[in-house]
Write a protein that binds this ligand. Structure first.
Ligand code: 13P
Length: 316
């Protein structure tokens, strides 16, 4: 099956009360781990690349890696641009095979965010590409975007209704307390579920997106630290909160840190135990296996196992 749009995935996810994992593709090993497990679990998945990753790998490699995965497995996959900011870059993604693009106008005043999102919707929709927008500011650090926890601001439910109506976006990323990276909370983890419920009511039927949703497993942080990393006090979103959000209109859950944390933890251990090893196949295999386990766990937490069949039915 070719790449699919996020639209049909979200229709099914919204109706059935589960979320689709959107995994950042940071290497060939990541793409293999994500798509192999998606096939084993018959789960829809979203692969995503941010502009920095796109520049690093270059488009032909991104597209051919995905083509190889689709040739290998019968899987339901969408490709999303994560945190697009530059309009020309976003148009380029629409023109070169992405099935979803995110415009991150969260740093802009409301009117400007609406205006540019609308412009992108008008370009993307006739070409069959879905548009994700963001309102409110998710904090944390990722791929060159750095929003201090102080600068972060929660999504206003009334504004969300106006935003969705006027921009025409297909899905909306909301800020309810998550943050990008390995440091998400200054104290106890807390998400504003009342706000999420109110947003869901106001934008009835529009799929919502949760960024900064890694759980930052204690075992992986400890493993990293034991083998030379310096990640004191790293903390993520507890898995039960992610499951709860997935039943409340959140249809897409973004995961990057959990993959990179597991990958590096196991590679660190590998080098510490085998300091003479020079073979990338050996150490990458350990990192890839660790990422496979993360993807499997997320699919269970999000409730998307076995749901690819429903998306196929919806597409038929
Ligand atoms: P994490 O840093 O929590 O994995 O979030 C990733 C993300 O939201 C990508 O846009």
């Amino acid at each position: 099956m070719p790449l699919v749009s996020t639209k049909e995935m979200f229709d099914v996810a919204y109706r059935e009360g589960f979320a689709v994992g959107a995994f950042n593709m940071s290497s060939l090993d990541a793409v293999q781990a994500i798509t192999d497990v998606a096939a084993e679990e018959d789960s829809p998945v979203i692969l995503q690349a941010c502009p920095v990753a796109r520049r690093y790998y270059t488009m032909p490699y991104v597209m051919h890696l995905i083509a190889a995965a689709l040739e290998t497995h019968d899987i339901v996959v969408a490709l999303n641009l994560d945190h697009g900011i530059d309009i020309d870059n976003i148009r380029d993604c629409v023109d070169t095979g992405y099935t979803s693009v995110m415009f991150d106008g969260s740093a802009l005043p409301l009117e400007e965010n609406i205006r540019i999102t609308r412009e992108i919707v008008e370009y993307a929709h006739p070409r069959g590409v879905a548009v994700e927008a963001e309102l409110g500011r998710v904090g944390g650090e990722e791929a060159g975007l750095d929003v201090s926890l102080k600068e972060a601001s929660f999504t206003d439910p009334a504004e969300a209704a106006e935003f969705v109506e006027r921009s025409g976006c297909d899905s909306l990323a909301v800020a309810i307390g998550t943050a990008h990276g390995a440091y998400k909370f200054a104290g106890e983890p807390r998400l504003d579920f009342d706000r999420l419920l109110e947003i869901k009511k106001r934008v009835d039927g529009v799929p919502l997106v949760l960024h900064g949703a890694s759980s930052v497993a204690r075992e992986d942080v400890d493993l990293c630290n034991r083998f030379g990393a310096d990640l004191p006090g790293a903390q993520g979103v507890p898995e039960e909160m992610i499951t709860r959000a997935s039943k409340m209109g959140i249809c897409k859950v973004n995961i990057n840190t959990d993959l990179t944390l597991a990958f590096t933890a196991y590679i660190r251990r590998h080098f510490s135990e085998r300091p003479r090893d020079l073979e990338p196949r050996d150490f990458c295999a350990e990192g890839r296996e660790a990422m496979r386990e993360i993807v499997r766990r997320k699919i269970r937490v999000l409730g998307s196992a076995g749901k690819a069949a429903l998306v196929r039915d919806r597409l038929a």
